[in-house]
Ligand binder design. Sequence first.
Ligand SMILES: Cc1ncc(COP(=O)(O)O)c(C=O)c1O
Length: 451
Amino acid sequence: MLAEHVAEARTGLGPVNVRPEPDELAEELELSRWIADGGMDAAALEEWLPRYLDATVRLHHPGSMAHQVAVPSTGAAVADLIHGATNNPMAIYEMGAAGATIERQVVRWMLDKVGFGSGAAGVLTSGGSLANLTALLAARAHVAPDAWRAGTPSDLALLAPPSAHYSVRRAAAILGLGEDAVLELEVDELERIRPERLEDAVERCAAAGRRPLALVALACATSTGLYDDLRAIGSFCREHGIWLHVDAAHGASALLSERHRGLLDGIELGDSVVWDAHKLLRTSGLCAAVLTRRGADLHGAFRQSGDYLFNDNESVGFDLLDRALETTKTTMGLKVFLSLAWAGERGLGEYVASRFDTARRFHDLLSREPDVTCAYVPESNIVCFRIGDGDQLELRERALDGGRLHFGSTTVNGERNLRLVVTAPDTGDATLRELLQVLRGLLEPAVARAG
Ligand SMILES: Cc1ncc(COP(=O)(O)O)c(C=O)c1O
């Protein structure tokens, strides 16, 4: 049934998304009855599941372009089923040798792709937000080794562009720095860090009586999908002894494409890197990597010892409790591994390249339309544009009502844009034609009214 659901979504014939009232949906799915009475057997599940699937977002549908959520590969989906049946919380080796060994191998593969040397380390964790927090904890341990015991020193600052994902500011608050300790880096009109203004940022930091905890660069930015100049920023950070954290949650997967890997040139200068597999490596959530160039930095992130799980006994294998926030951790490595085992590294690279190319083609086609403005040429699979002069948010809301297309919006250079994230393998020219037709259909009455 699931395979049929996916195959049907891929044809693009049905809706992408439906938005029922939650109370009506709860009724339709008979939630209260099943919770109270139980007894769902295979036959009942077969009858119930289609109703559940009807109310899901069909990520495999070509019209699904709203969010940076992976379209799971068959391999990754099978991994979820295997984990669901075996449930090995493998952060402790003796609780899941296979899952732990696979994670170690997958992390080594990622470290190698990033270009970190043999002394590097990494761990898979529950999402990019947690990965950012973990990387900044490692940075704190590096800059203020006593902070775990004595608390975060009050003179630290986090240097980050305003375009950084909100989880970066959230991490600053959780770390006890407070949001006020986030010092904004100067960016250009497309929200990319201006490397030539970094010197000034460091001076501002010193003038405020603070020292940098870390400097955050984006590869790529959430809203625009544009990459910061990692080489220039990395060289600056090296020169000034500043920890560089590269948030490559979305864009690191371009490392698998020969033609696109140059976008991440200089990533190996980072002290820490975050890479979400559940964005472009086609795994379901949650699955993100935090990688550090010096392994000891990651081991220093969580400085605990002495209870029943942290013991120094010499036993077979290795534990990951000193690197990750989770105690119970799912077998995330299995998802990446089976996604790779299905498509191969080259296959996944071709998938990423094709989605980036399609986004670029969408831009080129959109730019030819008389009433469309594209503020920039896409570098990844994210395309932003404005159509007509009207309220783009309202336009989006009305376009979503049709259920055939799902896309988002963001601000670029202070202006509200429509935003497409080209992720489904079947999203192509026909999708864009349909999108333009729907948007024009909604714009025309407004034009007529204005006339
Ligand atoms: C650049 C960047 N960093 C971090 C995150 C947060 O990742 P997650 O949703 O896996 O927590 C996102 C999510 O969109 C992102 O785009």
